[in-house]
Design a protein around this ligand. Structure first.
Ligand SMILES: Nc1ncnc2c1ncn2[C@@H]1O[C@H](COP(=O)(O)OP(=O)(O)OP(=O)(O)O)[C@@H](O)[C@H]1O
Length: 369
């Protein structure tokens, strides 16, 4: 198990910085996810950790040892790619053994380690099968065994499940978590699948424009995002803008044109001042539709469209001031239909996040000059 420490990491291609000062600590035995929009630099960061790219600036330490300039084959990491590129003409065991044979290890040790890796992924009974005789999920397991056979200190996974269908993905993500936890790997996992990350990660980093926007457990990031971009990246969110009325502890009240909302302040160390602009973020499932206007934290709305989807009902609503609000109602007994009459969309303060308003910057390429 290793501790991976990344400091001020920068990497450019041509004159554009793709990693723009990454700082991260991944603790021993942690299953850590890198998540973010396409092109934000996730794969570049993973490849830098593997040693395939040398950064322009900054450092990478494994257990306090500086590996920034150590070549990939001496880092004791194993990387599993999106396309798992197995050799079709070789059988399972031979595919797994290949990396060890290249390293010229003794035959008996290779056999022992291949068997151990196949046991971990529960493929020991299919060791002599040809790759083309395996299902997609079984091929995936062979690719994982091939990564594990080198006994890496750190397992790096780049979209490892993107070639699998939905059912297999679910099985394999649970399997990857089981293996990482049982054998105490430090693992760094890149995906753009938010549900996969929320279900499997111990912690995750949201990367935006080559920088870390937020680090936390899936619950922390889902329930207390630090910005509107993180909030909307990780799940659907309603935003209302307004002004701070008052603050106490980690709670603030924001007055929006449609109604007042009390909620939790998104960022540690930010003490909003009265009159400061702020944004209220509320997930669709955090709203409850009521006929009674007497609740606090409520927005008068009318329904513009509604859809029954079995386990949930989805509503699109319009507030008096024209804001479009989306609400999901779990286990709906009846579907409310579009009407001109006002209902009241209520959210508990604990489910409301108060975000600091920052001027939203479009993302120009950052010059590496
Ligand atoms: N070898 C390279 N040469 C030039 N540009 C590159 C290279 N590798 C990546 N890039 C660029 O760097 C940016 C980040 O790429 P990267 O693959 O790290 O993003 P990502 O977050 O993994 O994206 P995705 O989710 O789409 O896989 C992209 O604009 C990409 O085109």
């Amino acid at each position: 198990m290793i501790h991976v420490s990344i400091r001020d990491l920068k990497k450019s291609f041509g004159n554009t910085y793709v990693l723009n000062g990454i700082n991260l600590d991944i603790v021993p035995g942690e299953l850590f996810f890198l998540l973010g929009p396409s092109g934000c630099g996730k794969t570049t960061l993973l490849r830098s950790i593997a040693g395939f790219y040398e950064p322009d600036a900054g450092s990478i330490h494994f257990n306090h040892k500086d590996v920034t300039k150590v070549p990939a084959h001496k880092r004791n990491t194993a990387m599993m790619f999106q396309s798992y590129a197995l050799w079709p003409h070789m059988n399972v065991a031979h595919n797994v053994a290949f990396g060890l044979e290249e390293r010229k290890l003794p035959k008996s040790e290779i056999e022992e380690r291949v068997l151990e890796a196949l046991r971990i992924v529960r493929m020991q009974d299919l060791a002599t099968r040809k790759i083309h005789e395996l299902s997609g999920g079984q091929q995936q397991r062979v690719a994982l065994a091939r990564s594990l056979v080198v006994r890496p200190q750190c397992l790096l996974l780049d979209e490892p499940l993107s070639n699998l269908d939905a059912g297999l993905r679910m099985d394999m993500r649970n399997e990857i978590r089981r293996i990482c936890k049982e054998f105490e790997f430090t693992a760094i996992y890149v995906t753009h699948d938010k549900k996969e990350a929320i279900a499997v990660a111990d912690r995750m980093a949201i990367i935006e424009h080559g920088q870390v926007a937020q680090v936390g457990t899936p619950k922390e990031i889902y329930r207390r995002p630090v910005s509107s971009s993180v909030a909307s990246f990780i799940g659907e969110t309603n935003f209302l803008t307004g002004y701070i009325e008052y603050t106490y502890g980690d709670t603030a009240l924001v007055s929006t044109p449609g109604g007042d909302f009390e909620g939790r302040i998104s960022e540690m160390g930010w003490t909003p001042e009265r009159g400061e602009q702020a944004t209220v973020a509320i997930r669709p499932e955090a709203f409850v539709l009521r006929d009674d206007p007497s609740f606090k934290n409520t927005l008068p709305v009318n329904i513009t469209s509604s859809m029954y989807l079995g386990e949930i009902a989805q509503y699109q609503l319009r507030s008096k001031t024209g804001d479009i609000i989306r609400v999901s109602e779990l286990n709906p007994h009846e579907l409310r239909t579009a009407s001109q009459e006002f209902l009241y969309a209520h959210a508990e303060p604990n489910d409301v996040v108060i975000l600091r308003n920052r001027s939203v910057q479009p993302h120009p390429p950052v010059s590496a000059s």
